[in-house]
Design a protein around this ligand. Structure first.
Ligand code: SF4
Length: 389
């Protein structure tokens, strides 16, 4: 059987910057977008030779706002991907969409290009909250986009939401979640807002101008989220992700279970042949690259072959993010060592503390463990331990 591979394509363009966003994204005119896509196509073609014996199980076109660029560019991207890689017949192919930039004809074109999953960034169903976040769309525009997507035949849709945002109350969050679930999306991602340095929100926070929900309110919001999604038959399969049965995002599950992936485009991350790197985040450098010979790899920065300990850490960090957790049998076959011999004490302590549970050779975070996952997962660092030969 051929080795599995995932592809990520980064489109860094947005109509304007949201107040909380620290992603690699910015507005650019149409001619820059067009040149960027040409560069992407060159980068993708140049990777063909590296992946002859691999099957692509998922493609994720993310950003930024991929739906901002012309649908003909998206079709071209998909055609080149198909021409260069062995794309599995049942591959999951996702594009991220912004409700302010999606018209029905775009969805039709995406379907023709072979895209079978949409991830729509709504964030909130409350127009005042959307304005506060600096989003370019209203809830009504989202609704129109969502209906258009359904009419064009999309049967696998994720809706992205953010909670614990400034001025949000349990009441407005309940309304958002209930309104969205009435639409029956197959998948819902819910992220707690994090105030990132360098964003307008960060500046406002420094000046004492951000009215964040209190810790108590945030706990109520989180607890309602878990309880309500479960009641509506969405199962939590990762810290921030819920899906109807069988509709988990294959691409993201691949990240968390160590499937290799190649990232194309500005700042895109890759994990390939046990090595990680990030493409340059300098747009000029990316635009200048001719993707031949040495130049092709010159845009790869922070290239780092993972040590055995780093791979073990990632196995734990990423695997425990998922509600199915990690398997001690897989650990043994992967690393030739028993899980208990490395993490036995930590796991025992966390089991007693109610943060981890164990059944049938699998370990997973409990609900409480998920709530403080940052703290729990940091215990699995191996930095001070010697590498095994
Ligand atoms: S649409 Fe997404 S990527 Fe673009 S600025 Fe807003 S949050 Fe950032």
């Amino acid at each position: 059987m051929k080795q599995q591979l995932e592809l990520y394509v980064h489109i860094p363009f947005c109509a304007r910057k949201c107040n909380y966003c620290d992603f690699l994204s910015f507005p650019q005119p149409a001619d820059v977008q067009s040149h960027y896509v040409t560069q992407l196509l060159r980068e993708i073609r140049a990777a063909k030779a590296e992946c002859r014996d691999m099957t692509v199980r998922s493609v994720f076109i993310g950003g930024g706002t991929p739906s901002l660029i012309s649908e003909s560019f998206v079709a071209e991207l998909m055609a080149v991907i198909r021409g260069c890689f062995d794309l599995a017949e049942d591959a999951e192919v996702t594009i991220e969409c912004n409700p302010g930039s999606t018209l029905r004809h775009k969805f039709a074109a995406y379907r023709r290009a072979g895209i079978n999953r949409l991830s729509i960034g709504l964030q909130s169903a409350d127009n005042a909250e959307l304005k506060m976040l600096g989003r370019i769309h209203s809830f009504e525009e989202f609704l129109k986009s969502y209906q258009n997507a359904r009419m064009e035949g999309f049967q696998n849709i994720n809706v992205d939401l953010i909670n614990c945002i400034p001025m949000q109350s349990l009441k407005t969050w309940k309304k958002t979640l209930k309104t969205v679930l009435m639409l029956k999306p197959e998948h819902v991602s819910v992220y707690n807002l994090i105030i990132e340095e360098g964003t307008p929100f960060y500046q406002m926070q420094q000046e004492g101008l951000l009215m964040m929900p209190s810790e108590e309110e945030q706990a109520e919001i989180d607890s309602f989220t878990k309880e309500y999604l479960a009641r509506q038959n969405y199962h939590r399969y990762e810290i921030s992700n819920w899906a109807k049965e069988g509709m988990e995002c294959r691409h993201n599950c691949g990240y968390w279970t160590g499937v290799p992936y190649l990232g194309f485009g500005l700042g895109a991350a890759s994990y390939f042949k046990k090595t990680r790197w990030n493409n340059t985040s300098d747009l000029d450098e990316y635009m200048r690259c001719d993707f031949t010979g040495e130049d092709r790899v010159s845009i790869r920065k922070s290239v780092h072959e993972l040590s055995r300990n780093e791979r073990i850490e990632e196995f734990m960090f990423l695997g425990l993010r998922m509600t199915e957790g990690i398997s001690s049998t897989v650990f043994l076959s992967e690393f030739g060592q028993h899980l208990d011999s490395i993490y036995g004490k930590i796991l025992d302590k966390d089991i007693i503390g109610g943060l981890v549970e164990s059944t049938g050779g699998r370990y997973r975070l409990t609900d409480r463990g998920m709530d403080i996952s940052n703290v729990v997962l940091s215990e699995f660092l191996l930095a001070d331990q010697p590498e095994e030969a």
